[in-house]
Design a protein around this ligand. Structure first.
Ligand code: AMP
Length: 416
């Protein structure tokens, strides 16, 4: 199937052509026709699947077909609410790209910066607004934004929204929306509380599920390095020095940990920057901008800061710490191997994280291949395990120790 089969209007088709997108991704194939028909949608999909275009294209097309260019002032007719500033900016960039040959106007609002520039853009009139919940409610309270004319509402990354404590904000926003509207609800995972929230938003909806495996596993090469916690930084330096030009996101579980990694890398003459919630919005944007332009090859990120970040041609995702929530692993490795590129996801696993690795392998339903010929191999056994290991676990350990023997340490390897 090509985009031509989806009967996309000429100005959007032109924008897709210039991006070189010919074939819709599975979520786009399924969602675009439904959304053009006016259906509500529950999408169980994560970033990396092409989900942004799956909702942006039909919204732009419907607004394009129904709008009157002469009508002034413009009113906000489509609202996309997303949890983080980075995602908001990225979604707006997508809308801007796909709508560049139409007269439609988009803008993005988020907290952490002064509101002046955002308010000026809003006052010039916009059709499509992408917002994070806090700033949106703030500007509604100041009577700068009205949701009275919303025809299309998208709640993006609903599970992360709840994780970040936005539930009350979301409920307040929903109350302000007109009854008659088309609603789209996206979440990477669908636990009970998310399903319940979706029911308060959607009306007679269709459901599309794109499995994480489809989204990631095929294009992402995965591997795990067993390494002592104290050796992780040295292993990281060694890997980064081997591939000095490769764009790499390194995931750290904590903000403090991310800062520590940056310091150590700088000492080893590896240029890197951290993005996390304690950094100012400007610092985050600067780091991300430099990374996207290729001026900076290594970004250290926490999960919340990095989720959904779309960097084309990302070569490596390195899990400096394994996440304790297995779904987070899938989100992280989805940063590489995006629609076009293929990539590598490398995980560092210390003794305490071996249980996390087992949970991840259960979720993705595959074993992550173990790299055992590196300079910092930790071949110690799990001693503090209470339960007798299952056959599968024993097999896994054997695999993990293929090149057993004394841990090799390269004589010229850096020592952080
Ligand atoms: P998303 O899941 O929306 O973050 O999209 C993931 C990446 O795939 C982004 O870089 C998109 O620009 C890109 N993309 C989306 N749709 C297509 C497509 N049909 N063909 C090629 N790349 C795409």
């Amino acid at each position: 199937m090509t985009f031509k089969d989806l009967e996309i209007v000429a100005p959007i088709q032109k924008a897709l052509d210039s991006k070189g997108y010919t074939h819709p991704t599975p979520i786009q194939q399924q969602a675009i026709p439904l959304l053009l028909e006016g259906q509500d949608l529950l999408g169980c999909a994560q970033t990396g699947t092409g989900k942004t275009a799956a909702f942006a294209i039909p919204i732009i097309q419907k607004l394009f077909n129904s709008s009157n260019t002469k009508k002034r002032p413009k009113r906000i007719k489509a609202l996309v609410v997303t949890p983080t500033r980075e995602l908001a900016i990225q979604i707006e960039e997508n809308f801007e790209e796909y709508s560049k040959h139409t007269h439609l106007k988009n803008t993005v609002i988020f907290g952490g910066v002064k509101q002046g520039t955002q308010v000026n853009r809003l006052k010039q009139g916009v059709d499509i607004l992408i917002a994070t919940p806090g700033r949106l409610l703030d500007l509604i309270n100041q009577n700068i934004i009205s949701l009275r004319y919303i025809e299309y509402f998208v709640l993006d990354e609903a599970d992360q929204m709840l994780d970040m404590g936005f539930i009350h904000d979301i409920k307040r926003i929903i109350k302000l929306l007109p009854e008659k509207r088309q609603s789209l609800f996206f979440s990477a995972t669908m636990p009970q509380n998310i399903k319940e929230l979706s029911e308060t938003i959607l009306n007679n909806h269709q459901t599309i599920t794109i499995q994480p495996k489809q989204a990631t596993a095929e294009k992402v090469g995965q591997s795990v390095y067993f390494v002592k916690k104290s050796d992780k930084i040295n292993l990281l330096i060694e890997l980064l020095q081997k591939e000095p030009k490769a764009t790499t996101i390194v995931f750290s579980r904590t903000k403090h940990g991310a800062d520590k990694v940056v310091k150590k890398l700088m000492k080893a003459n590896i240029k890197a920057a951290a993005i996390h919630g304690n950094k100012s919005q400007n610092a985050r944007q600067r780091a991300l901008g430099a990374f996207k332009k290729g001026e900076l090859n290594v970004l250290i990120a926490t999960d919340i800061a990095a989720r959904g970040i779309d960097v084309s041609d990302l070569a490596f995702v390195i899990n400096f710490d394994l996440p304790n929530i297995p779904e987070t692993y899938v989100h992280r490795i989805g940063r590489t191997g995006r629609a076009k590129a293929s990539g590598e996801a490398i995980s560092f696993c210390d003794m305490e994280e071996r249980a996390y690795l087992r949970d991840i392998e259960k979720l993705i339903n595959q074993k992550v291949p173990v790299i055992s010929d590196h300079s910092f191999v930790d071949d110690s056994k799990e001693t503090n395990e209470k339960k007798k290991p299952s056959k599968q676990k024993q097999q896994f350990r054997r695999k993990g120790n293929v090149n057993k023997g004394k841990p090799k340490r390269s004589s010229n390897g850096p020592r952080g």
